[in-house]
Design a protein around this ligand. Sequence first.
Ligand code: ZN
Length: 262
Amino acid sequence: MAVELIDTHTHLDDDAFGDDLEDVIALSRSSGVTRWINVGYSSERWNTTLAMANRVDGMSHMLGIHPGNADDWSNVNADRLAGLIRDTHPVAVGEIGLDLYWREDNLSTQTEALEAQLALALAANLPAVIHMRSAEQPLLNVLSRSHEHPHLHFHSFDGAEGLRPWILERQCTIGVGGLMTRKGSDSLRSWIANLPMDRVALETDSPYLKPQGVRGTRNEPAYLPRVVDDLSELWSVSPEDVRRITTDNACRIFNLNQRDAS
Ligand SMILES: [Zn+2]
């Protein structure tokens, strides 16, 4: 029996799964992907994420405010988030970060939300799951301002060169998924090939970031084994070793139970 996989970043409460979530979960399980970390990334999503995590066996959750929802950051929501972190046992604070690809004009709001949420993660002794797009230097500025950080896990890391030394030196980890399988990801792939294997957890970011060659309009947890095959080639180890290593890593990073393969 193959080692079960953990999809460490999903948005299964997205409308894309509104009609057939049970089928998606069943297909995921039969593909060997038996646990998921679903992301409540805005105040509106916290309830749907929590409800789903309570209902679906094997599902954990993380909570935060995504930089794309930075306008959602307020004293009221900061208090709510702190309360939910205390009361609902998320496995991480996230996804949080900076995104200047979609919007540049609210960098100061994005920065404020990020710094406050990093502090929440640190205080709760939880990892912070970082979303970064087109914002390497501003993110480094934020991180450099503080000496103490929670563990930083860069979700769907796109290979941003400015962050690579930081990630290596600070023992950060990365989420690897469909992005790596795409054409044009050669630089990211060769960097991952040389990355210590204990730094990588698997994720789909479903319904986003479909792997290369997947038909249809959405990504699903059941496609995670394709990423295993890619990593197996990159690292020159067996798919079974990739499964074991990345599941161990996910358990360590997110403090999940190790489970037997049966
Ligand atoms: Zn996400």
